[in-house]
Design a protein around this ligand. Structure first.
Ligand code: SF4
Length: 145
């Protein structure tokens, strides 16, 4: 694995986007940054620019208004990139399933690499999901998949 690919796996930069859930999952994701979990000590950074992101973390169901925004964010990320759907809403619509204004889970609009279940998803599950995404990213760096 080259230097750039190794750096991305060792210190992944994450873009977090909520497509419109109840924010329960967002609170759990932000808990990962608090001193209790402190994921920054592993080099995991929460950033605001899709052009610098390795992993897109999405919460909430996709609706008609933000589907294009989500797609746009994904397209701005440099390859190889990973997408993680966090929570029942992002995985398949959750409590908003079949709602008049929703399309369903994130994979209705962009490809998803890792699904983290739960309502809300626990911080431990979110961290497990990031590790799974990094494993996949490392595999891409080695030319697998
Ligand atoms: S999965 Fe549950 S906690 Fe998470 S955004 Fe949906 S309703 Fe809220």
């Amino acid at each position: 694995m080259g230097l750039v690919a190794t750096s991305r796996v060792k210190s992944p930069w994450i873009l977090h986007y909520c497509t419109g859930g109840c924010n329960g999952c967002d609170i759990e994701i932000l808990a990962c940054l608090t001193p209790l979990y402190d994921v920054e000590r592993f080099g995991i950074l929460n950033i605001g620019n899709p052009k610098h992101a390795d992993l897109l973390v999405v919460t909430g169901p996709v609706n008609w208004k933000n589907a294009d925004v989500l797609k746009n964010l994904y397209e701005q990320m440099p390859a190889p990139k990973m997408v993680m759907a966090v929570g029942a809403c992002a995985c398949g619509g959750g409590v908003f399933h079949n709602c008049y204004n929703t399309l369903g889970g994130v994979d209705k609009v962009i490809p998803v690499d890792v699904y983290v279940r739960g309502c809300a998803a626990r911080p431990e599950a979110v961290i497990d999901g990031v590790v799974a995404a990094l494993d996949k990213l490392a595999g891409l760096g080695r030319g697998e998949g």
